[in-house]
Design a protein. Structure first.
Length: 80
C-alpha cells in the first residue's frame, strides 16, 4: 500500500510494524477526510483499501449498508 508520497512513519515516529500486526483498528485520514493509511485489522473490519482514497463518511455508509443487508437476510435454523 502506498503512502501517497508522504512518509508518515518518519514524521510521526509511529511504529508501523507494530501497527500492521496489531489486532486494534488503526487508520490515518488526510486533511480532506480521505483514508490515507489503514492497518490490516481496520481494512478487514471496514472492507476498505486506502488506495481507493474514500472519505470516512463513504466508508461508514458502505459499512452500514453491508451490516443492514446481512441482518435483513432470513436466518436458517440448524438442526441441533
Amino acid at each position: 500500500m502506498a503512502d501517497s508520497g508522504s512518509d508518515i512513519w518518519a514524521t510521526t515516529g509511529l511504529p508501523r510494524d507494530l501497527i500492521d500486526l496489531s489486532a486494534d483498528l488503526f487508520a490515518v485520514y488526510d486533511s480532506d477526510d480521505r483514508l490515507f493509511f489503514a492497518n490490516p485489522a481496520y481494512r478487514a473490519a471496514y472492507h476498505c483499501d486506502p488506495a481507493e482514497r474514500r472519505s470516512w463518511r463513504d466508508i461508514m455508509v458502505r459499512t452500514t449498508r453491508r451490516v443492514a443487508a446481512r441482518s435483513s437476510r432470513p436466518r436458517t435454523s440448524r438442526p441441533g
